[in-house]
Ligand binder design. Structure first.
Ligand SMILES: O=C(CO)[C@H](O)[C@H](O)COP(=O)(O)O
Length: 215
């Protein structure tokens, strides 16, 4: 069964709290938190203060995705706020190996995220060192976009690379995951699914999470 990581839409504090409560009641495994800086991505979301609030009210693992420039400046703050996993982008980290080592030394699960235009081969020399590969299946920055079909090939290539390199990384797919495409994504080799709109725009988010989990 796939790991399910609902991604908070969090239009405001009231929604944030309600969304977390629904996730707590559900079969979700992780809670995915998208941190955006308005630089690496054309959108601003939230920082460590919100993670700290969420951590206090959730029973789930906090899977934090840093869509920000020079993320290592903030590792300590996000760790202190309660992040369990931190994923950083290959596109923002010229010293990626060092950053991953630092995250692991801090006792966090370390993930590398990769944008849709970048090939799986770019992960070749880092995949053995990471706990998570976060594959962007939309261009990062906004929820509610359509899944990019070529992601399925990329998942298969990453799975192959994981075996070849003896990596223990889990493959996490982020963007455009729906009840219709979830089974195909898992069949391609995904271990975890991030889902925002599919969960929180559903009439019954807890049931949407259950259905995704079955995929
Ligand atoms: O923020 C995103 C991209 O940066 C993601 O798309 C988000 O995490 C998931 O949203 P959705 O399921 O609606 O695509």
């Amino acid at each position: 069964m796939a790991i399910i990581a609902p991604s908070l839409l969090a239009a405001d504090f009231l929604h944030l709290q309600r969304e977390v409560e629904m996730v707590n009641k559900s079969e979700a495994d992780w809670l995915h938190l998208d941190v955006m800086d308005g630089m690496f991505v054309p959108n601003i979301s939230f920082g460590p203060m919100i993670i700290e609030f969420v951590k206090k009210v959730t029973t789930k693992i906090c899977d934090v995705h840093l869509m920000i420039e020079e993320p290592s400046r903030y590792f300590e703050q996000f760790k202190k706020a309660g992040a369990d996993h931190i994923s950083i982008h290959i596109e923002t980290c010229p010293r990626l190996h060092q950053d991953i080592r630092q995250l692991k030394a801090m006792g966090l699960k370390a993930g590398v995220a990769i944008n849709p235009h970048n090939p799986a081969s770019l992960l070749s020399d880092i995949i053995a060192d990471v706990d998570i590969v976060l594959v962007m299946s939309v261009n990062p920055g906004f929820g509610g976009q359509k899944f990019i079909p070529n992601t399925l090939n990329k998942i298969r290539e990453i799975k192959k690379l994981i075996v070849e390199k003896g990596s223990h990384a889990v493959i996490n797919i982020d963007g455009g995951v729906t009840l219709e495409n979830a089974a195909e994504i898992v069949a391609a080799g995904a271990d975890a699914l991030v889902a925002g709109s599919t969960v929180f725009n559903a009439a019954d988010p807890v049931e949407a999470i259950r259905l995704l989990k079955q995929a």
